[in-house]
Design a protein around this ligand. Sequence first.
Ligand SMILES: Nc1ncnc2c1ncn2[C@@H]1O[C@H](COP(=O)(O)OP(=O)(O)O)[C@@H](O)[C@H]1O
Ligand SMILES: [Mg+2]
Length: 289
Amino acid sequence: MEQEIFEIINMREAVKAELAGKYGPIADALRHVRHKIAVLSGKGGVGKTSATVNMAAVLKQQGKEVGIFDADVHGPSVPKMMGLSRRTDLQGAWQMKAVETEQGVKVMSVSLFWPGESTPVMWKGHYKARVIRQLLASVRWGALDYLLVDLPPGTGDEPITVMKSLPGLNGVVVVTTPQEVAVAVCKKAVESARELGVPILGLIENMSALVCPHCQKEVPVLGEGGGENLARTYQIPFLGRVPLDIHAGKAADEGVPVVLCYPDSPAAQAWRDCTKKMLAIAGEGGGSP
Ligand SMILES: Nc1ncnc2c1ncn2[C@@H]1O[C@H](COP(=O)(O)OP(=O)(O)O)[C@@H](O)[C@H]1O
Ligand SMILES: [Mg+2]
């Protein structure tokens, strides 16, 4: 096992190949992926992974072929939020199989081959970037309509590597909460995408006002309007608000996207609306293969 992991993270060949042709191996591995979208936010815990798994589930429900690349190497939570306990079959450094959820969404994440659930990944920045590039070049996705990339918080190595190394990246979807502290950090993420010339497809405000299940009144637990204001300031399409919803938390713990296990919940409805708007922007014709 250790030997296999070592093989995967041994980047010599990847670096050599990349030097031989810019983005060669990554572009090659993703040649049958039509749309590539990354989910970005400066802040942790705002709902990036929730956005990723729910948008993926909605796209799959619409009959699209969907994959998720979990680029959060320190806190990979896509497999957990999608109920994946199986591990990937390691077939050597250049052949990695994505693991499919029950719904048929393909997932690749460090946690699918990392030994031990609580063993931390302690890679330094430069190394992380290399591992991400190696994984991007090694996973055999097959034909996909959409590949969603779940990014970790911040504007460090992983988001920058993905934004720079994904050939034909359609753009990023930015997630924030309405809270001022989140919005302030999120601005940096928006600026980083702009700096790198990556289109911003839209912004989602997650954890917006909680709808009281008893009186149906909206309770703005984390403030109001922060996401929409940020979208307006930067002239980013506003994809919508996803309310704080007890079902969203439950769904994550159950390992099923809320749009699948509580389809009538306020959060599920909101994720569907956001995905629809995102599709109208990034969908057919809107992206580069
Ligand atoms: N709209 C929501 N209502 C309630 N809980 C939510 C909502 N969105 C996300 N959560 C919960 O908040 C936590 C952080 O969400 P997550 O998607 O992991 O954020 P990130 O990927 O940005 O760190 C998770 O436990 C998740 O289940
Ligand atoms: Mg996350």
